[in-house]
Design a protein around this ligand. Structure first.
Ligand SMILES: CC(C)(COP(=O)(O)OP(=O)(O)OC[C@H]1O[C@@H](n2cnc3c(N)ncnc32)[C@H](O)[C@@H]1OP(=O)(O)O)[C@@H](O)C(=O)NCCC(=O)NCCS
Length: 154
């Protein structure tokens, strides 16, 4: 398996992986809406074929410039083999290298907890999401309210 930056020619394969993983086109269609806020996008390939994808978008937390991880997808036939985990770990390493203070995610704590994500009452959101699902990895001790890109709500 190789993890690398998404290239323009991966676009269709990435769309398909997102659609297949979620069993609906919503998350795949989200990618175009999030394009203006994209920080970086990674693909996982096996034998040159895209089997996984993760997008990181810029996300203000009050006055801080942080990142949001979403969406994350691994093609059904390739799940449970560590592809998702490698995408998250390499994505977080990249985020850290960029010098951001934090990365947030909305998702299952049973999955994201293993990468160091946890709910933190100092990082808030006003979208009505359950606290336990709204999680953060912090590289610096910041506090504030997360403002997700408009594209998430279109
Ligand atoms: C979630 C997803 C990205 C994980 O990718 P993956 O390559 O299968 O993950 P890994 O192989 O690295 O890790 C597998 C582990 O994650 C667990 N896992 C997978 N999806 C999970 C979920 N939704 N909640 C909790 N645990 C989950 C598996 O049970 C397995 O646990 P184990 O290591 O204890 O056996 C993938 O299953 C997927 O694309 N699912 C559909 C889309 C989705 O839900 N995306 C996340 C949105 S927040």
């Amino acid at each position: 398996m190789e993890i690398r930056d998404e290239l323009p020619e991966d676009r269709e394969a990435v769309w398909q992986v997102e659609a297949d993983a979620f069993g609906r086109p919503d998350e795949a269609d989200l990618l175009a809406k999030l394009e203006p806020d994209k920080a970086f996008s990674l693909v996982a390939t096996v034998g040159g074929e895209v089997v996984g994808h993760v997008l990181f978008t810029w996300l203000p937390i009050s006055e801080h410039r942080a990142l949001a991880l979403a969406p994350l997808a691994v093609r059904p036939g390739a799940q449970g083999k560590g592809v998702g985990g490698e995408l998250v770990r390499q994505g977080l390493a990249r985020a850290r290298a960029l010098g951001v203070p934090a990365v947030v995610v909305l998702g299952d704590p049973a999955y994201y907890g293993r990468f160091g994500f946890a709910h933190d009452p100092k990082i808030t959101q006003s979208y009505g999401w359950p606290d336990e699902a709204f999680q953060v990895v912090k590289y610096r001790e910041i506090a504030g309210e997360a403002a997700y890109p408009q594209g998430f709500f279109l």
